[in-house]
Design a protein around this ligand. Structure first.
Ligand code: PMP
Length: 390
């Protein structure tokens, strides 16, 4: 049996439309197939590989840390310098109140950790969240996910969770003395790139403060320069009480985090002590990789170039089949308003050496979220292939 057949037999299905392409290596902004064919990658592992694949500094950090130690102890009992250094660096890149990091294994675990923290800190249990939001697939994260199709399949979920439309006044008006937290993606990604309008985030911030509810921003997909600023919330001048990070946080290694102030975070480790435990969360190799990746973002001035690259994509993406392009930096949804056409186009693109994807809650849109290191020539190439395949 070849690997494709073995893949079908032994791996749990995790995609409704697997392309079944086997990749042997990845470097910079390209993936390479078993036959040596190069694929320009315009989704970067879904907003993970913001500095490109196998960045030499990240590979070196992984090698170096692997030679020091891999796993030595469950998170928190021993001082592990990769965790300490990375937490310090993250705090230096975030607003002053976001200086205390809990590292997890994934974005979903970060969501669950933050929901637990909000319960402990406020002593309340209700949660307000958005329709069409994506925060992960564990039961806690699923409960605050904004899609009934998935939620209905796994009930009963967390009680006291209320969903409203993103950007809607109704959501703000629903926040009350029972609300432990409001959790939103700063910019909705899987919904097909929906940005906040009319000072909605500012008004959300004000109401949460008035009601004593914590405000959680999920920056798992829109963080680390994706939108042209290091954090999505920098565009709107609003600071959350808890921020969720993942994806690009680990520079290609599995790592998530929920980050808050020391004062809020302390409530998770008091009565009961150890309110959250994770054997591998904050793995030293992942922290070393993430640290190198953040350093590369800074050193290579990658984030500063995102807005110009976005403009180039927008200038080139003109075609009668494209109804609209919604973008927030290099997080872009090319809306064809036709899920079948999207699937056909993606397969044609793959034949021509371009790898892309669709959005979970917006199957009529093509995803463009390349490594932020994509060059102008590669943007021209990507758009030429995409337009020829529409
Ligand atoms: N939040 C957002 C905004 C995401 O895009 C994702 C992953 N697509 C998650 C949370 C969950 O992260 P993970 O898959 O690492 O659990």
């Amino acid at each position: 049996m070849n690997n494709r057949q073995l893949f079908q037999q032994h791996l749990a299905p995790t995609s409704p439309a697997p392309v079944g392409l086997e990749i042997t290596s990845a470097s910079g902004n390209y993936l390479y197939g078993v036959d040596g064919k190069a694929y320009l990658d315009i989704i970067g592992g879904i907003s993970v590989c913001n500095i490109g694949h196998c960045h030499p500094a990240v590979v070196k950090a992984i090698q170096d840390q692997s030679q020091q130690y891999l796993h030595i102890m469950v998170y928190g009992e021993l001082v592990q310098s990769p965790q300490v250094k990375y937490a310090q660096a993250l705090a230096a890149h975030l607003p002053a109140n976001l200086d205390c990091v809990y590292f997890t294994n994934s974005g979903s675990e970060a969501t669950d950790g933050a929901l637990k923290l909000a319960r402990r800190y406020t002593g309340r249990t209700d949660v307000i969240c958005c329709n069409n939001s994506y925060h992960g697939h564990t039961i806690g994260a699923l409960s605050v996910m904004g899609d009934e199709y998935w939620r209905n399949a796994f009930r009963p979920l967390l009680p006291g969770v209320w969903h409203y439309d993103y950007n809607a006044d109704k959501l703000i008006n629903a926040i009350n003395e029972q609300t432990s937290c409001v959790i939103v993606e700063t910019i909705q990604a899987e919904a097909g790139v929906i940005t906040p309008k009319d000072n909605w985030l500012q008004r959300l911030r004000t109401k949460c403060t008035e009601m004593g509810a914590l405000l959680i921003f999920d920056e798992i997909q829109c963080g680390f320069g994706r939108t042209g600023k290091l954090w999505g919330f920098e565009h709107y001048n609003v600071i959350p009480d808890i921020v969720l990070l993942g994806k690009a946080l680990g520079g290609g290694m599995p790592l998530g985090a929920f980050i808050s102030s020391n004062q809020i975070m302390t409530s998770l480790s008091a009565d009961p002590v150890l309110g959250h435990i994770s054997t591998f969360g904050g793995h030293p190799v992942c922290c070393a990789a993430g640290m190198a990746s953040l350093q590369a973002l800074d050193d290579e001035h990658i984030v500063e170039q995102v807005a110009n690259k976005e403009q180039l994509f927008l200038a080139l993406l003109k075609h009668p089949a494209i109804k609209e392009v919604r973008s927030a930096g290099l997080l872009m949804a090319v809306d064809l308003d036709n899920a079948e056409h999207v699937q056909e186009t993606l397969h044609r693109c793959l034949d021509k050496g371009l790898f892309s994807d669709w959005f979970l809650f917006a199957p009529g849109c093509i995803r463009i979220a390349p490594p932020l290191t994509i060059t102008e020539e590669e943007i021209e190439k990507a758009c030429a292939i995409l337009l020829s395949c529409l």
